[in-house]
Design a protein around this ligand. Structure first.
Ligand code: TXA
Ligand code: MG
Length: 347
């Protein structure tokens, strides 16, 4: 299959073309504010099956359903409780996915066999225009080969999926850079299943108490049942194994420096790059104190290691406040939760 690269900046019909392909049951890479999505008609089991095939994604991993108007929730969720309405009011359109009980109209292949469905109303104007042009809600996981770092440019999507999908819409680089926050409202208490573009503190400001899923902090065995099936797989990973070093920037840089071997790579804060120059393959992902920039850069930086010949990677990691929780989670997952914590034992 020839994958078309559609450029709305040069081609006034690009978004209509994407909508028509989606209506015809094809899979299209689309920009969102978080990461690129691999979209198909969420109501069409055959179209959704093509997403799983293109990504090589395990069948039990549910897809998020994307909408372009608040009213669209009515055709997807079996109920829209007050807490969900409050979250929608505060954070939609934007990088938040809300898990609710699903209607029968949403096929089981879309929900990974669950009776619930994740719903997101993205803020990216092109994402909204494509959903409207398609005229149906769009199921869309991140547009990467399963297991690889998510994609934040149309070029990344082509690297992973050229020849496997009908088209990619180029909307430039994503402004958030990590995926949406996933919160479940299907249990007794709201539960954070994946940290993302909306911080835990922001969720708490609307919901009060929010439980935090264990899978965010530690490795989950492949055979265990987890609330967000996506969280159990090794993920976001470059080819070389990754070790994360948690702690203050200079302390973690010094620790990493002492570990460097012949073919080491280092994912580090901008300020620390100098220290590793000439000693390792160095990829930076923003200043130590700028977590928003780190979120925008982290996947691109992880991907760049695959163009190098490093055989092991050491990574610095931000603290867990704000969007730092999401950045740290992605780096730890890339490392399969292989973490050295220099703060352990400190008061
Ligand atoms: O920002 C994003 O959310 C991007 C863009 C394209 O919107 N999408 C994305 O989708 O990251 P994906 O499939 O790569 O990640 C969705 C995560 C997975 O961990 C999945 O297991 C979880 O959300 N999820 C989806 N539906 C769920 C459900 N009904 N119950 C529990 N977890 C669910
Ligand atoms: Mg993903």
């Amino acid at each position: 299959m020839q994958t078309k690269l559609l450029r709305p900046s040069e081609d006034a019909t690009a978004l209509e073309t994407a909508g028509a392909l989606l209506r015809a049951g094809e899979v299209v890479g689309i920009p969102t504010e978080t990461v690129y999505g691999l979209a198909a008609n969420a109501l069409d089991p055959d179209a959704v099956a093509r997403i799983f095939a293109a990504k090589g994604r395990p069948q039990d991993n549910p897809l998020i359903v994307h909408i372009a108007a608040l009213d669209d929730v009515d055709g997807i969720a079996a109920e829209f409780p007050p807490q969900a309405q409050a979250l929608a009011q505060a954070f939609w359109p934007g990088p938040l996915t809300i898990i609710l009980p699903k209607q029968d109209r949403i096929p089981m292949v879309t929900s990974g066999g669950l009776n619930t469905v994740g719903i997101r109303f993205p803020s990216h104007p092109m994402a909204q225009a494509i959903i409207r042009a398609a005229g149906v809600p769009l199921a869309a996981p991140s547009a990467n080969t399963s297991g690889r770092p998510s994609t934040t440019t149309a070029q990344h999507v082509m690297e992973d999926l050229d020849g496997k999908i009908a088209a990619v819409v180029d909307g430039g680089p994503c402004t958030v850079g990590v995926e949406s926050t996933v919160v479940s409202l299907c249990g007794a208490r709201p539960r954070l299943l994946r940290p993302g573009g909306i911080s835990l503190e922001q969720l708490q400001s609307v919901l009060g108490i929010v439980e935090v899923d264990r899978a965010l902090r530690e490795k989950i065995d492949d055979t265990e049942k987890v609330s967000a099936p996506g969280m159990k797989y090794r993920h976001y990973a470059p080819n070389a194994p990754v070790t994360v070093v948690v702690g203050p920037a200079q302390a973690s840089a010094d620790y990493i420096y002492a570990q460097l071997g012949e073919n080491s790579g280092v994912l580090c804060f901008d300020e620390c790059a100098q220290q590793f120059s000439g000693k390792a393959v160095v990829e930076t992902f923003g200043p130590a104190e700028d977590k928003e920039e780190q979120a925008r850069e982290v996947f691109d930086a992880l991907r760049r290691f695959d163009d190098t010949d490093c055989t092991e990677i050491f990574a610095q990691c931000p603290s867990a406040s704000g969007i730092g929780l999401a950045v740290a989670n992605r780096i730890k997952k890339a490392a399969g939760f292989h973490v050295v914590d220099l703060t352990e034992g400190e008061a």
